[in-house]
Design a protein around this ligand. Structure first.
Ligand SMILES: [Zn+2]
Length: 287
């Protein structure tokens, strides 16, 4: 059961959003700033995302009539402008995901504000609009980050994990809709093997790894919940893994009772039903 059920539009039973964080080679360049550009294997693993996987994912979405959300660091947008153009042309949302995937906890809040602003300028210049949503690198939102999102008029954050449904995040600066991720719906644990950044996991078979996401979907479907996998093109956009997930999406669409939407629309719906949301507090004075 869900403590604070949220009715979905058009009588749909549940809400679903497949989100892709297009981190590309920002990961290795940020993790190894001195020599990351010389490490061609991890650079190439990242480059696979915007150049090979994203076009494949966009083709699936086009065929199935889906509009979804991508999060992109500003540096990745500037490095891969054709990818940005293809995503926008197909009507998908692009959310703010830092400048070059810097962990907000790895430097001062002043430095974070500078990097955040730099990425925001890139969004406005390349998309013609301000992003409505944000996801922190490695989910590491800080009270300073949340205050900045509120101050900049963002509609939602998607980094914190205090519920399974959209909830209302209150902070000294105001409030924000939170669309909660979870490590159980993230593709790093089953699929990432990235020695240079110290992430060494036994890589699971495609259907084995994606089965966990499907079980999360089934549980959400049963109670009218919210399903939001946090995926990365260089991991789940690979041929065999995407084939498994693509077939599952086709099945999920057949039932006709799932509201697949970009996060912006789901956050807007949550905002319109603000009084039904659970409230969680962050920032000064919060536990
Ligand atoms: Zn990321």
């Amino acid at each position: 059961m869900l403590l604070h059920p949220l009715p979905w539009p058009d009588g749909k039973k549940m809400a679903a959003a497949i989100t892709f964080d297009v981190d590309a080679d920002s990961l290795i360049r940020n993790a190894r700033p001195e020599d990351g550009h010389l490490r061609l294997a991890p650079v190439s693993m990242g480059r696979y995302g915007p150049t090979v996987a994203v076009p494949r994912i966009l083709e699936t979405y086009r065929r199935l009539g889906l509009t979804q959300t991508f999060f992109m660091p500003g540096w990745v947008m500037e490095t891969y402008p054709a990818t940005v153009e293809a995503i926008l042309k197909a009507g998908h949302e692009i959310g703010h995901h830092s400048w070059r995937h810097e962990d907000p906890m790895s430097h001062s809040d002043e430095r974070e504000a500078e990097l955040f602003g730099r990425a925001l300028d890139t969004h406005v210049r390349m998309t013609g609009r301000r992003p409505r949503g944000y996801r922190a690198p490695v989910y590491n939102a800080t009270p300073g980050v949340i205050a900045r999102l509120i101050g900049e008029g963002f509609l939602y954050d998607s980094s914190l994990m205090a519920d399974e449904l959209p909830y209302l995040l209150t902070a000294p600066a105001g409030e924000l809709i939170e669309l909660p991720p979870h490590w159980g719906l993230d593709d790093w644990p089953p699929f990432a093997h990235f020695e240079e950044i110290g992430y060494l996991m036994p890589v699971r078979g495609p259907s084995d790894g994606i089965r966990a996401f499907i079980e999360e979907f089934e549980a959400a479907h049963e109670v009218g919940g919210f399903w939001m996998p946090v995926l990365h093109p260089f991991l789940t956009g690979r041929l065999a893994r995407w084939r498994v997930l693509e077939r599952f999406i086709e099945t999920a669409l057949e039932a006709g009772d799932v509201w697949f939407a970009p996060l912006e629309a789901i956050a807007g719906h949550a905002r319109a039903n603000r009084d039904l949301l659970r409230v969680d507090t962050v920032g000064e004075g919060a536990a």
